[in-house]
Design a protein around this ligand. Structure first.
Ligand code: NAI
Length: 306
């Protein structure tokens, strides 16, 4: 018995890296998988059917069920086709893993319009568009049967988005948006039985190989902490019934550490029963604002920091 026997899953950007690993795990556990990948460069240019097809071949060679989809997740029509393909080919949809991504890092003052637009398109719109069509499908199913659908979305944000990494303003804005979208859609879809969660992964893929040097290579005598499979385990748990009751949550997975992350919330407060003036704000500023030598907040907080 597999965790996903009889289930149908879509994984976007599943031709390489983390998405490939998620797709292999879901298929190994019994899911029929739509392997979506445009097959472009890590900066988003170009297209190639090979990566998605290779993963499909890998899954079918191991006795699993999979079909390739080459649409861009940032295309509205492409996202609709993707969801329709899952339903037409395998008879339904139970799990959507939004994962496809690209990088075009630059400081804000050097960023051009194409760098901004393409990263926002692939990540933010590329998470929303498949989710939108999956949600419409699930809502229709739920209306038809009069029962909740029991489906799951797993999104992919990044701690660099949540903590605000310099040099990634396009990527960070998109990833923080994805974390917010996770909460909004979790609230919207709860009634029809869809849970929506989000991971912040760290893994050795082509996106990080250039950045991390050999920091992410396995160390002698240790397990391979930065292998994508290490992240897929969390995706598998979130996408399965084992995570019943968990929704609207963001979890970081890095090596042997898993952390629940929570975002914007009141940290300090000042009150007054008269209108605020500049002088009044200045009087309470000492307790209200963090003037810190730790850098620009939100710095990477320790567990339990407020
Ligand atoms: P990767 O480059 O190995 O895989 C991403 C895949 O997405 C590629 O195969 C690419 O062809 C595909 N893709 C790109 N644009 C697409 C589009 N418009 N439509 C369909 N497919 C498209 O990168 P990796 O590292 O596996 O990244 C996966 C996700 O994880 C991304 O969202 C990334 O931002 C996120 N992430 C990864 C981290 C890491 O440590 N590797 C850290 C934080 C976040």
């Amino acid at each position: 018995m597999g965790l996903f026997d009889g289930k149908v899953a879509i994984v976007t950007g599943a031709g390489r890296g983390l998405g490939r690993s998620h797709a292999l795990l879901l298929a190994r556990e019994g899911a029929a998988v739509v392997v979506n990948d445009l097959g472009g460069a890590s900066t988003g240019e170009g297209a190639d059917t090979t990566p998605a097809q290779q993963v499909v071949d890998e899954i079918t060679a191991a006795g699993g069920r999979a079909v390739a989809n080459y649409d861009s997740v940032s295309s509205w029509e492409g996202a609709e086709r993707l969801v329709r393909q899952a339903v037409d080919t395998f008879g339904g949809l139970d799990v959507l893993v939004n994962n496809a991504g690209i990088l075009r890092d630059k400081m804000s003052f050097n960023m051009d319009e194409a760098d901004w637009d393409s990263v926002i398109d692939v990540h933010l719109k590329g998470h929303f568009a498949p989710s939108r069509f999956a949600a419409a499908y699930w809502r229709a199913r739920s209306k038809e049967t009069g029962a909740p659908v029991d489906a799951k979305i797993v999104n992919t944000a990044s701690e660099s988005g949540l903590y605000g990494n310099a040099g990634q303003v396009n990527y960070a804005a998109a990833k923080a948006g994805i974390a917010s979208m996770t909460i909004v859609m979790a609230r919207e879809l709860e009634r029809i039985g869809v849970r929506v969660n989000c991971i912040c992964p760290v893994a050795r893929t082509r996106l990080t190989e250039a950045l991390g040097g050999d920091l992410m290579n396995p160390k002698e005598g240790e397990f391979d902490r930065f292998a994508p499979e290490n992240v897929s385990a969390v995706v598998g748990w979130l996408a399965s019934d084992l995570s019943a009751g968990v929704t609207g949550q963001v979890v970081k997975v890095m090596g042997g550490v898993v952390q629940l992350l929570r975002g914007w919330r009141p940290v300090t407060e000042a009150t007054d029963d008269r209108p605020w003036t500049v002088e009044a704000i200045d009087r309470v500023a000492g307790t209200l604002f963090a003037r810190t030598d730790r850098g620009v907040p939100p710095f990477m907080p320790a567990v339990g920091d407020v």
